[in-house]
Design a protein around this ligand. Structure first.
Ligand code: GLN
Length: 482
C-alpha cells in the first residue's frame, strides 16, 4: 500500500499483520517531507531523531506481542502552539522563536501512552490568529491541492500535512474555526470537540473560553480514533470534563440504525446570500447523499447567530489580550534588549513591539480597549449577553433536531495574498464556524466529495449537541461510506 493511501486504521492493521514496521512508515513520511515540504511549508520544525525512537518503541511492542494501542506507531503532525517536551513551540511567533517546551501538553502525554510517533510541529497563524496561515511570522503554507492558494488557518500546516500525505493525522486548535476551515480547504476531516472535552493544558492559550484542541485526519473514523485518545478529565485544566472517560466506546463503530434515526436541522441563517455557488452546490450534494441513508431534514432558525462575528471579535481579543500579557520579556517571551533597556517600559515596548506581528498587535489593542473602564460594560459585558442568546438559539434548535448541517466556510480556499490587506474580509471566513465555539458545541468538517465543482475541496459541517460527538462522528462515517 502507498503511503498516501494509508489511514490510521489501515496503518494499525498493517502494523499488526507485519506488512510494514512503524519505523519504515516514519522514514517514508520524512522522505516525503524532505522532497515536497520545501514547496508546501506545512512544518516549522521536524523531529526525526525522537520520531525514530518512538517508532522503534511501537515496533518493539508489536514484536513482543504486547498491547498495541490504535495509535501505536502512527505518525502525527502537531500544531506549533501545542507543547511537546524538548521540541520547539513557537506558535509561529517571533516572540517564541527560541522557546523549547519544558513539558508535554496533556494531549501529548496521552498520545505518548499510545506510543504515537510525532513527526514535527506545523505552521499556523501567529498565536492561532487568522484563517489562512499567512499570519505566521516564519513562512506561508501552501494548499497541497493548489499551490497558489492558502490551506486555511489557523491550523493550516496541520491540515496541509495530512492532505499532502506527510502525516496520517494531526492535532490543531480551534477557537473560531481553526480546525474546521483548514480541513475544508484541504479536503480532510477536522473535529472541534465540545468545550471541555479535551484538556487545554499545554496549548498556548489564545481565548481560553473558546479554545479546544482537536484532530485533523483523512477519514472521520481516524479523527474519532485520535479524539478518543485525547479526550477526558485533566486536573491541570479545570474546564475539562470527565464525560468521555466513561463514554469512549460510543465514539467508534456507530450503529447505522442509531444514525438513521437522527434528524438533521438546516439553519436558515447559514444558507444566506454571498456564499460561493461552489459551496452552495456542495451543501446540496451533502444533503442529498445523507437523504439516501433515510435521514430526515428539517428547517430551523438561529436568529442571533448574525451577531456571532461581532460578538466573537470582542470576546476573543479581550481574552487574547489578557493571555498574551505574559509575553513581556521578563516572565515569558524572548527579551529583545540584552541589558534590559533603560527602564521597564522600554523593555516591554521593544519585546512586544518586535516580537508580535501586526494581527496579534491589532487584537491586543482591540482587547485592551473593550476591557478598559467605561467600555467594559458597553462592549465586553454586552458581548457576553449576546453569547448567551446565541447559545440559547442552539439549545432551542436542538429540542427538535439532533444534528445541524451547515457550510464550513463561505468559499473554497482563496488565493495567497487575496485577503491579507483587509482583515475584515479575512474574519468573514469564519462566519459559519464561530457560532459553534461561542456555544461550546462539537462540530466536524467532512469533505463533500474528493473535489468540488470548482476543482477545490469543500467541506460541510455537522454540529452536534454538547457531548454528542458520537452523533456527528457517526453520521460523518456513514457519509464517507456513501
Ligand atoms: N480565524 C479565527 C481568528 O482569527 C479563528 C482562529 C482560531 O480558531 N484559532 O480568530
Amino acid at each position: 500500500m502507498e503511503l498516501k493511501d494509508l489511514t490510521i486504521k489501515s496503518f494499525h492493521e498493517g502494523l499488526l499483520n507485519k506488512e510494514f514496521s512503524a519505523l519504515e512508515i516514519a522514514q517514508a513520511c520524512f522522505k516525503e517531507i524532505k522532497e515536497r515540504d520545501p514547496e508546501i511549508n506545512a512544518f516549522l520544525s521536524t523531529a526525526e531523531e525522537s520520531a525514530v525512537r518512538e517508532a522503534e518503541a511501537a515496533d518493539l511492542a508489536v514484536a513482543k506481542n504486547e498491547d498495541v494501542p490504535d495509535l501505536a506507531g502512527a505518525p502525527l503532525a502537531i500544531k506549533d502552539n501545542i507543547l511537546i517536551k524538548g521540541l520547539p513551540a513557537t506558535a509561529a511567533s517571533r516572540i517564541l522563536e527560541k522557546y523549547v517546551a519544558s513539558y508535554d501538553a496533556t494531549v501529548i502525554r496521552k498520545l505518548k501512552k499510545e506510543k504515537t510517533v510525532f513527526l514535527g510541529k506545523t505552521n499556523c497563524d501567529e498565536f492561532a490568529m487568522g484563517s489562512s496561515t499567512e499570519n505566521s511570522a516564519f513562512k506561508i503554507t501552501r494548499n497541497p491541492h493548489d499551490l497558489t492558494r492558502v490551506p486555511g488557518g489557523s491550523s493550516g500546516g496541520s491540515a496541509a500535512a495530512v492532505a499532502a500525505g506527510f502525516a496520517l493525522g494531526a492535532l490543531g486548535t480551534d477557537t473560531g474555526g481553526s480546525i474546521r476551515e483548514p480541513a475544508s480547504f484541504c479536503g480532510v476531516v477536522g473535529l472541534k470537540p465540545t468545550y471541555g472535552a479535551v484538556s487545554r493544558s499545554g496549548a498556548i492559550a489564545m481565548a481560553s473560553s473558546l479554545d479546544q484542541i482537536g484532530p485533523i485526519a483523512k477519514t472521520v473514523e481516524d479523527a474519532a480514533i485520535i479524539f478518543k485518545a485525547i479526550a477526558g478529565k485533566d486536573p491541570l485544566d479545570a474546564t475539562s470534563s470527565g464525560y468521555f472517560d466513561s463514554h469512549k466506546n460510543e465514539l467508534l463503530n456507530p450503529p447505522l440504525e442509531k444514525i438513521k434515526s437522527l434528524t438533521v436541522g438546516l439553519p436558515e441563517e447559514f444558507f444566506i446570500g454571498g456564499t460561493d455557488p461552489a459551496v452552495i452546490g456542495a451543501m446540496e450534494e451533502a444533503v442529498n447523499k445523507l437523504k439516501t441513508l433515510g435521514i430526515r431534514f428539517e428547517k430551523v432558525s438561529l436568529p442571533h447567530v448574525k451577531y456571532a462575528l461581532s460578538c466573537y471579535y470582542i470576546i476573543m481579543p479581550a481574552e487574547a489580550s489578557s493571555n498574551l500579557a505574559r509575553f513581556d520579556g521578563v516572565r515569558y517571551g524572548e527579551r529583545r534588549i540584552a541589558d534590559g533597556g533603560r527602564n521597564l517600559a522600554e523593555l516591554y515596548f521593544r519585546t512586544k513591539g518586535e516580537g508580535f506581528g501586526a494581527e496579534v498587535k491589532r487584537r491586543i489593542i482591540l482587547g485592551t480597549f473593550v476591557l478598559s473602564s467605561g467600555y467594559y460594560d458597553a462592549y465586553y459585558e454586552k458581548a457576553q449577553k449576546v453569547r448567551a442568546l446565541i447559545k440559547n438559539d442552539f439549545d432551542e434548535a436542538f429540542k427538535s433536531v439532533d444534528v445541524l448541517l451547515a457550510p464550513v466556510a463561505p468559499t473554497p480556499a482563496f488565493k495567497i495574498g487575496e485577503r491579507t490587506d483587509d482583515p475584515l474580509s479575512m474574519y468573514l471566513a469564519d462566519i459559519f464556524t464561530i457560532p459553534v465555539n461561542l456555544a461550546g458545541l462539537p462540530a466536524i468538517s467532512v469533505p463533500v466529495s474528493k473535489r468540488g465543482a470548482s476543482g477545490l475541496p469543500v467541506g460541510f459541517q455537522l454540529i452536534g449537541k454538547r457531548w454528542r460527538e458520537a452523533d456527528i462522528l457517526g453520521m460523518g462515517t456513514y457519509y464517507e461510506k456513501i
